[in-house]
Every structure is written in structure tokens, then in C-alpha cells.
Ligand binder design. Structure first.
Ligand SMILES: *Cc1c(COP(=O)(O)O)cnc(C)c1O
Length: 428
């Protein structure tokens, strides 16, 4: 950045010249990483545009409907655009799915019957899924309460999918095998499309009719293909994350094989009705604009992620993935050295937000999460982690999970606020 900008940051935000220089130096070292991200974003932008053209999206689709919404023009077109962009047979998307947890829960509760087993192939499920499965909480309404059993295959010591272990774990009653692409609150790499392809093929080799399902949260548009195009049968995700593009006001999606998506739609809406009803509540335009912007937004966010990773690597912190590593989700895990540092990190992110920057984040209870969580998110869409945000369970080893940013400049500003926040407390 030029001197004018550095002076501006110093004068207005108390960003020391040393701190702005650190951000600039980290940025210089990862120019080639940025170029890699840009080429994926470019391909995906054309792919998404093609999805609009193939489905003849027109301004009449934005119109309000009411009542049962049988003829809501936006519902069908949103499903078709998402299905085309993800290269799947079918997709259900809209405000009638609240979020990623709801989308995933509808898949499990819709596809599994009493006596069936759900097999997690990537170790611990994401925190909110544990309550859905019945591993935590009082179990009311969980899969367990319906007589659906659960088992999991741990990752290998180097945090890869244990392919042989997965093959051995698939049994007669294993109906759905799940791969969680993103890292959740773990310290590992997100899984790549080639890894997903290998996993799906391995599952099918022992049980051709096992349903291979991917929790695709945070994974959309990181590659030129999505999991279903690589052999999975069905996947689900959140519009508060990548495919919402920072514009969708909320929601989730389920995409994949048409027969499976239809069965899931009976759980989302009702048996026999499925996707023939459901109002879009005027969200069609935002959902479409969101997916249109998503390849670019994801690119901005991961450029920011690589910048954070590089800056903290240079300071000697353990980060995952490292700045130059291949990236398959938008999350960067950074190991802070104390609870104090973790709090200072989150305060820095919060102070950089456009909304609620004057509030300090405090650890607290969150529905669906067991540990006390500190969350920094001052976003236009509440809780959106496509926007600049960080969160962390308040437990050792004090890992901050950083993600999002609608623009790279904002991520860079976030980094400087975090570094300054640490410096001001004598923790850098
Ligand atoms: C965020 C997330 C979810 C849940 O999505 P929400 O929209 O927050 O409910 C599920 N799985 C993974 C891996 C996630 O990152």
C-alpha cells in the first residue's frame, strides 16, 4: 500500500507503520497463490453464468408470490440454477431451509429409516450435527430417537481419510456414508475433490447402493467441480457461507441425485408435496445474486485467508492450511498461544467489522454448540461467515478459526486490526 494509505490507517485507526508493513510483506510473498485462486474463480464465474443462461433466468422470476406458493416463479428457477452450477440433477434451495444444519438434518432425517446406520467417514461430525445425530443434548428428535444408529471412522494419524477403514466399516445396514469436507473445529486440511472422488469410489466398491453424502459447507467454489460431480450422490450446504455470496439473507441447499433430493424435500416440506410448494418470500433475487457473486466472494475470502496464514506463519505460529498449501475450504485455523491472545485476535476481527465494530466479543453459549464459543462477526447478514469473521471454542489449544471477507481489502484491514490488537496488549 502507498504512504497515503499507511498514514491514513495510522491517523484514523492507530495502525502502526510496523503493522501495515507486516501485512504488505506477507502479501508480497503470496502473489502466486493469489494467481491460482483467480483462475479457479474465473472458471467458476463462467460456469455460474452458464447456469443462468441455460435456465433462462428473467426478471419476472423475482416477483412475489403468496399463499401456498404453488406457482412461485423463483423457487423452481433457483433450484435449477443451483443444480446447473453444481452439475447435479436436482437441487432444493430457499428460505424454507434455514441454514446448513437444517439442510444436513433434513438429509439425514429424510434418507435414513429405523434400523439404518449413518457412517461418518471423517471423524468427529461438526458440532451442530452431534445434537442432530443424538451424540449430545437430550436426544429428543435426534436420529438416535428414531432408531437410526451411528458410527464413525477416525482420520488417519496424518489427518487423511482412512479409506481401508471406511471400506471395512460399511455394513449391510449402512445407508448413508458422510464425508465432511471442511475442517470444523479441528486442525487439519479440508478434503479436495480428488480425495472425495477416491472416497466415493471406495464406498461404492463395497456397497454399490450406499448413499455417499458430502457436508459441503465452506467448500463451494474452491475447485472447478463440486462433490456430486466427483462421485458423491448428494450434498448440502449453507447460504450464510460460500454459495450465498454474502448477499443471500439466509437459507441452505440440498443438491444431488433427483430421487434422493425428492425424498429429502418430503422432509423439508411434506411427503407428497415436496418442492411443489414453499414461498420464496421475495428472496429469489438475493439468492440468485448471491450465487452469481459467490465465485468472486470466495476468491476474495481465500486471498484474505492466505494473507492471514502467511502473516502468522512469519510470526512463528502454527496455521492450517499454510499459505501455500492447496485450499479446499475458506477456513484458516491459527493456534494462538493463550486464551488472552485468542480473545485479542477475536477483538481485532470484531473491531474491523463494518457493523457492530464498537462491541467487544465475549465467549458464551450458542444453540447447537456444547463448548463456550467466542465469535467475532459484525456482518450485514447476521452470523454470516462469508463475511469477515472469526470464532473459537474457548478450550485448549486456543485455536482461532478465521474465515470470510466480502473483499480482500477488508480482510487485509482485519489482519492489521488483529496484529495491532495483539501488539497493544504486548502479546505480539
Ligand atoms: C457451518 C457448518 C455447518 C452448519 O451450517 P450452519 O449454516 O452454520 O447451520 C455444518 N457443517 C460444517 C462443516 C460447517 O462448517
Amino acid at each position: 500500500m502507498d504512504q497515503l494509505t499507511k498514514d491514513y490507517l495510522k491517523r484514523n485507526y492507530g495502525i502502526d507503520y510496523e503493522v501495515s508493513a507486516m501485512a504488505d510483506e506477507a502479501e508480497k510473498e503470496i502473489a502466486e497463490v493469489f494467481a491460482r485462486y483467480e483462475s479457479v474463480a474465473e472458471y467458476n464465474q463462467y460456469k455460474v453464468l452458464r447456469a443462468f443462461h441455460d435456465n433462462y433466468v428473467s426478471d419476472t422470476h423475482f416477483a412475489w408470490a403468496n399463499g401456498y406458493g404453488h406457482d412461485d416463479p423463483g423457487r423452481a428457477v433457483c433450484g435449477k440454477v443451483f443444480a446447473s452450477a453444481f452439475e447435479t440433477e436436482s437441487c432444493i434451495v430457499g428460505p424454507f431451509i434455514c441454514d446448513g444444519t437444517h439442510a444436513l438434518a433434513c438429509c439425514y432425517l429424510g434418507l435414513l429409516r429405523p434400523g439404518d446406520e449413518l457412517l461418518y467417514c471423517t471423524g468427529e461430525p461438526y458440532d451442530t450435527m452431534e445434537t442432530v445425530i443424538g451424540l449430545k443434548g437430550d436426544g429428543n428428535g435426534s436420529l438416535k430417537s428414531y432408531g437410526v444408529s451411528f458410527s464413525k471412522v477416525e482420520l488417519t494419524a496424518d489427518m487423511k481419510i482412512d479409506i481401508e477403514g471406511v471400506k471395512a466399516a460399511i455394513r449391510e445396514n449402512t445407508k448413508v456414508a458422510v464425508l465432511q469436507r471442511s475442517i470444523g473445529y479441528s486442525f487439519r486440511h479440508a478434503f479436495s475433490i480428488p480425495e472425495i472422488r477416491e472416497w466415493a469410489a471406495a464406498c461404492k466398491s463395497v456397497k454399490p447402493d450406499v448413499i455417499c453424502m458430502v457436508d459441503n459447507c465452506y467448500g463451494e467454489f474452491l475447485d472447478t467441480k463440486e462433490p456430486v460431480a466427483a462421485g458423491a450422490d448428494i450434498m448440502a450446504g449453507s447460504l450464510m457461507k460460500n454459495p450465498g455470496g454474502g448477499i443471500a439473507m439466509g437459507g441452505g441447499y440440498v443438491a444431488g441425485r433427483a430421487d434422493l433430493v425428492e425424498t429429502v424435500s418430503y422432509r423439508v416440506i411434506a411427503p407428497g408435496i415436496g418442492t411443489d410448494a414453499g414461498l420464496m418470500y421475495d428472496q429469489t433475487r438475493r439468492i440468485l445474486q448471491g450465487i452469481f457473486m459467490a465465485p468472486r466472494t470466495v476468491c476474495e475470502a481465500i486471498k484474505g485467508a492466505a494473507l492471514f496464514a502467511k502473516a502468522f506463519e512469519k510470526l512463528g505460529y502454527e496455521v492450517s492450511p499454510r499459505a501455500e498449501d492447496p485450499r479446499n475450504d475458506v477456513v484458516t485455523a491459527i493456534r494462538m498461544k493463550s486464551e488472552e491472545q485468542l480473545t485479542a485476535f477475536c477483538e481485532g476481527v470484531q473491531a474491523a467489522a463494518p457493523i457492530n465494530a464498537h462491541y467487544a466479543p465475549e465467549a458464551g453459549e450458542m444453540a447447537g454448540y456444547e463448548d463456550s464459543i467466542i465469535m467475532a462477526s459484525g456482518s450485514f447478514v447476521q452470523g454470516s461467515t462469508m463475511e469477515l469473521s472469526a470464532d473459537a471454542p474457548l478450550r485448549e489449544p486456543y485455536t482461532a478459526y478465521f474465515q470470510g471477507a466480502l473483499s480482500y481489502d477488508h480482510a487485509k484491514f482485519g489482519l492489521m486490526k488483529v496484529l495491532q490488537s495483539l501488539k497493544d496488549r504486548g502479546l505480539l
